[in-house]
Design a binder for this molecule. Structure first.
Ligand code: GTR
Length: 359
């Protein structure tokens, strides 16, 4: 049944590259990853800017969550050719603990806690949180003169110059750099989550930065986990997203509005780049705009790469998902909860309990 659904989508073959068939994980490592990363940047999100080492300054926040946690405000100051920008972030972790697993979280607001980020519950589960507000990296609009975009973008955007999702993702990787320097952090168990446009960001980040051991893209939908080809009638299309949010992507992506069939990649290629690490995808029944079937099928197709590594990928029955499904046995997870577009406590609990078993 799932095979039939996938056939209808007519997806680009993950393993057919430049007229050759990739057959082993070594070939995937050497040829496949580079090929897809290049295409996805060139035609989708734009190329990442060069790595610049920021200056870091920290300050203890007096709030300590009933004495359970340490909260440090961490300020990243970037300097590119004399232009500077400072991004404030929040680092919160269980007190006096070692080997702490961490979530990097790109959020819509800087608030701690926030309605999408239940900090105390996350700490109580043994995880640290390192969060940042997307607007503090560069604003969520078409202005490329502010924040990190203002440091890297020269003049008008050219067709492969990156959109805002890449800037948000770039910052998540700089936060990863910083976590590498902290002794209380378990460097093998750092991951990323985000909701919606920031779920797209969380997926892209883990696909491009292999230090991320896991990613939990929540309700990421179109240009996130969901396949663009064969999107359901009420789901968001490439044409919709390019019309409303053209600045999230590189301008090359706009060519594929109402023309998904000619996109040289689809979103399963992005999911596949996370292999053999962990991806847990969250969908919500009433979030039809994010097209849950297309998110699910993307996970199934991408799982072929996990299989190449001798792993399972998504373990699920041979049918489309229904409300209440929680498939988290494999390295690729998918759950579909009741309710609307949101990153709820329920989503966090699914991610955290799966991660506690798998990491
Ligand atoms: C919607 C957009 C989605 C999703 C969402 C969000 O309007 O069409 O792709 O990203 O915004 O980020 O809240």
């Amino acid at each position: 049944m799932i095979e039939n659904e996938l056939k209808k989508r007519n997806l680009p073959d993950l393993f057919y590259i430049d007229g050759k068939q990739i057959k082993t994980k070594e070939e995937w490592e050497k040829i496949g990853k580079e090929y897809w990363r290049n295409i996805i940047q060139k035609e989708g999100y734009g190329f990442y800017p060069p790595i610049v080492k920021p200056e870091i300054c920290t300050k203890i926040n007096r709030v300590d969550f009933a004495g359970k946690a340490t909260w440090e405000e961490v300020y990243f100051t970037f300097n590119v050719d004399g232009k500077t920008h400072t991004v404030p972030t929040n680092l919160i972790y269980p007190k006096n603990k070692k080997n702490i697993p961490f979530f990097i979280y790109v959020n819509f607001r800087p608030d701690i806690p926030d309605r999408l980020l239940p900090v105390e519950e996350i700490i109580d589960n043994g995880f640290g949180i390192f969060s940042v507000c997307h607007n503090d990296i560069s604003t969520d609009n078409g202005d490329f003169t502010n924040g990190l975009a203002g440091l890297f973008q020269e003049g008008e955007r050219k067709e492969c110059d990156c959109g805002k999702i890449v800037y948000w993702s770039y910052m998540a990787s700089r936060m990863m750099d910083y976590l590498q320097t902290l002794e209380q952090v378990d460097k093998t168990r750092i991951g990323i989550s985000g909701h919606s446009r920031l779920g797209k960001t969380a997926l892209l980040t883990a696909a491009f930065d292999e230090r991320f051991a896991f990613t939990c893209p929540n309700n990421s939908g179109c240009s996130g986990v969901a396949l663009s080809r064969g999107c359901c009638e009420k789901g968001e299309k490439v044409a919709d997203i390019c019309k409303t949010f053209p600045y999230w992507f590189c301008t090359n992506y706009h060519k594929y509005a109402d023309n998904e069939q000619s996109l040289p990649f689809d979103q399963h290629c992005l999911v596949a780049l996370v292999a053999p690490r962990l991806v847990y995808v969250g969908g919500a029944l009433e979030d039809v705009w994010a097209d849950n079937d297309s998110q699910f099928l993307s996970c199934v197709e991408a799982s072929k790469v996990w299989k190449m590594y001798g792993k399972d990928g998504l373990i699920c029955p041979d049918r489309l998902p229904v409300c209440g499904d929680v498939f988290t046995e494999g390295e690729v997870g998918f759950h579909l909860r009741a309710g609307t577009h949101y990153q709820s406590r329920e989503d966090w609990n699914v991610y955290m309990s799966a991660l506690k078993k798998k990491l």
